[in-house]
Ligand binder design. Sequence first.
Ligand code: G6P
Ligand code: MG
Length: 235
Amino acid sequence: MLKAIIFDLDGVICSTDEYHYLAWKAMADDLGVYFDRTINNRLRGVSRMASLDIVLERYEGPALSEERKLSLAAQKNELYRSLLARMSPEDLSDEVKTTLAALRARGLKLAIGSSSKNTPFILSRLGLGDYFDAISDGNNIVRSKPDPEVFLRAAEYLGEAPSDCLVVEDAVSGAEAGHRGGFQVACVGDASLAGAGDWNLTSFSALLQVAESFDCPPAATAKPAGVAANPYLPL
Ligand code: G6P
Ligand code: MG
């Protein structure tokens, strides 16, 4: 039975890719390291320090101490937050807003499961500071996706079993985290294109059809329009 939905934040509820790109690019330029949007795409769902390690794959200078790495990550985050500060409730799309409201109207609990330590700031910029029933983020976990910790914590905060929760993700590592935690997973964006979910959606609003499909007996459940069946799972 579906009782709750746990949403990843970046790339699912809102788009912060460009802000991440600009902030990492500025830091990399300062350090003289090559960085582009293709590398930025690899940072989706990856924690800040693990992202820094990916950015530094192209670094050829003298070894960097842990302290220096922390300061580089802080430099990136400072610029990133100054860009996030430009966000407002207008950056929340009508599609996301109405879909969340419709899912809640079905009696589903709604939560966030994000690796970002900036989750509270982003939600408050979007006007969603008090909206979700639970928030699990980079501030309450020690292991990043694809470890399931962030989603398991969200389910615990909601008081629901993972098997009764649907995880919504745009990153393949996030979809893997959901599956490893025993959740069903609906994907959008990159992860959907990669076929990483149990449902691979072409739009956020298709989540309504996914939620409806839980009300039907499994044998009668056809994948609705806009929802591609996962080619890697048995029907
Ligand atoms: C999300 C984003 C990643 C980001 C991570 C940590 O998972 O998809 O790109 O690196 O959060 O974000 P933070 O805001 O804590 O630096
Ligand atoms: Mg994401």
